[in-house]
Write a protein that binds this ligand. Structure first.
Ligand code: 5GP
Length: 176
């Protein structure tokens, strides 16, 4: 275990099993459809790469990069740093997020995507902190509900570090 981690919430094996379950659900729900996945960078990079390997569909993948956090605090202001390359009009779109906390970021993204007139729009998030919600959001696929703790690893960072950890863990208080 990394020296800055005090607790592992989900091991590599547990994450892998759950991601495969999500992939199976998505494959069933979108059977006979073309799915357009929108990964939200950077946090989603490990999750989406494991997820798509097990999604048995005709799949398009595109990415957005947004910034809503500065260190550990949600600013509530979302900036699009990188936008989609393709139009999503008339397409079945699934947004793939690393974590939904206050819900402000995904709420903004859903509104932004809806304005582009997709045929359908759903959200898949690996992690969900239901107790932190400030706005209501509809999440179709959730990997794990977690308590109000700041987590890193498996794509999630603290000040751009720890994304490469293969597990999801809680940082020691003295690190933050
Ligand atoms: P929200 O707008 O829902 O409060 O926050 C969503 C974004 O905040 C996520 O995409 C993620 O980048 C960041 N975030 C929220 N909670 C955590 C956390 O516990 N750990 C890390 N590393 N990022 C978080």
């Amino acid at each position: 275990m990394h020296k800055d981690i005090k607790e592992i919430l989900f091991s590599k094996e547990v994450i892998s099993k759950r991601v495969n379950e999500l992939a199976r659900m998505i494959s069933l729900d979108y059977k006979n459809k073309n799915l357009f996945m929108v990964g939200v960078l950077k946090g989603c990079f490990m999750f989406i790469s494991d997820l798509v390997k097990n999604v048995k569909l005709n799949l398009n993948i595109d990415f957005m990069m947004i910034s809503s956090y500065d260190g550990k605090q949600s600013s509530g202001v979302v900036r699009i740093l990188l936008d989609l390359k393709q139009s999503i009009e008339g397409k079945d779109v699934l947004i793939v997020e690393d974590i939904v906390d206050t819900g402000l970021t995904i709420n903004y993204l859903v509104k932004n995507m809806k304005a582009r007139k997709p045929a359908s729009l759903e959200v898949c998030t690996l992690l969900n902190k239901p107790s932190c919600r400030k706005v209501r959001v509809k999440l179709k696929y959730v990997g794990f509900d977690i308590p109000n703790k700041f987590v890193v690893g498996y794509g999630l960072d603290y000040k751009e570090y720890y994304r490469n950890l293969p597990y999801i863990g809680v940082l020691k208080d003295e690190v933050i």
